[in-house]
Design a protein around this ligand. Structure first.
Ligand code: FES
Ligand SMILES: [Fe+2]
Length: 329
């Protein structure tokens, strides 16, 4: 698979792995068509181009020796900055030229995910108080593998009108399909909507209500492939935040990471919340994977946009303005 060139997404942070799953063994992931080896050493999580500069073997198939990753082919060892620090076949004491190195990528851990940036990150991974506030309990869900463009997943995230059909009897009901007027607010680095009431039969796995609740939503897209939402029950203040971030593997394949944070139901089993998100996301994925064209059309004449699609239209416009090319047409 060739590296996908997209200056916007290359300079962005992408969640690529669950922190809890990255242990003593290196692992390999693919981001924007680029293979990346991830590993832990005493300095934290490291990300190197997954290609040994010697004969092109995959470093992620190697192993760790102290703080260094060992190429499985001839045993060359690299440190976390990508410097080759040992060539076993060369006479001891002979120096290794400084240009003997592979590419190291910016790498961070946050919200239970490993994030990397293939280019030049403008800042660090965005910080959201709701995932640090002790009144909330954050829970990583996924990742979900989707055979579709990441842009399609985020557009689905902006969409309310599918809740009553795709998530029928959970997050919506066809008898309550009419949507209120939606106003999109656009700021320099985000688009959002707020105060959207939606009637939901079940809404979340900790819900003890038999007859449903009208939740009030806020949704925001803050990067081309990342958004967050909150839904609040105005009756009791119970709020659920969801951070959704999509890792573009290829033009038409992505990995979806989700962080769900709640200020209620601390006694309820986390596994129930994860299972609920698994079910809901699977319902979304079934539709998203069926959509044509596979890439999101940024020409607003290409599909029929209804007045209720204002948020999705704002998303398409924003992608065009930013110049996102991967996952768009
Ligand atoms: S290919 Fe990696 S050490 Fe030779
Ligand atoms: Fe959905």
């Amino acid at each position: 698979m060739a590296r996908l060139l997209d200056p916007v997404l290359e300079n962005d942070w992408h969640a690529v792995y669950l922190s809890s799953e990255l242990k003593e063994k290196p692992i390999g992931i693919t981001l924007l068509g680029e293979r990346v080896a991830l590993f832990r050493n005493s300095r934290g999580v490291q990300a190197l181009r997954d290609l040994c500069i010697h004969r092109g073997a995959m470093l992620s198939k190697g192993w760790m020796k102290g703080d260094e990753i060992v190429c499985p082919y001839h045993g060359w060892r690299y440190d976390g900055e990508g410097r080759c620090v040992c060539i076993p076949a060369q006479p001891a004491g002979e120096r290794i030229p400084p240009r003997t190195r592979t590419i190291a990528y910016a790498c961070e851990e946050k919200y239970g995910f490993v994030w990397i940036c293939l280019g030049e990150p403008a800042g660090s991974v965005p910080h959201f108080e709701e995932f640090a506030d002790p009144a909330f309990r954050p829970l990583p869900c996924g990742p979900y593998k989707v055979k579709a463009a990441g842009t399609r997943v985020i557009e689905n995230f902006t969409d309310f009108a599918h809740l009553m059909f795709v998530h029928q009897d959970l997050l919506g009901h066809p008898d309550y399909a009419e949507l209120p007027d939606i106003q999109v607010v656009k700021e320099q680095d985000r688009i959002y909507i707020e105060n959207i009431p939606i009637f939901q039969p079940v809404a979340h796995s900790g819900s003890d209500k038999q007859d449903g609740t009208t939740y009030v939503y806020r949704k925001e897209v803050f990067r081309p492939l990342s958004g967050r939402l909150s839904k609040t029950d105005p009756g009791n203040g119970q709020t659920l935040w969801i951070l959704l971030t999509v890792s573009p593997v290829a033009e038409d394949e992505c990995l979806v990471f989700m962080l769900v944070s709640r200020n209620y139901g601390f006694d309820a089993d986390d596994a129930n919340f994860i299972r609920f998100q698994d079910i809901v996301f699977d319902q979304d994925a079934q539709v998203i994977e069926s959509q044509k064209p596979e890439l999101l059309p940024l020409d607003l004449q290409a599909e029929l946009n209804h007045r209720v699609d204002v948020f999705s239209v704002a998303y398409r416009r924003w992608l065009k303005e930013l110049g996102v090319t991967v996952g768009t047409v």
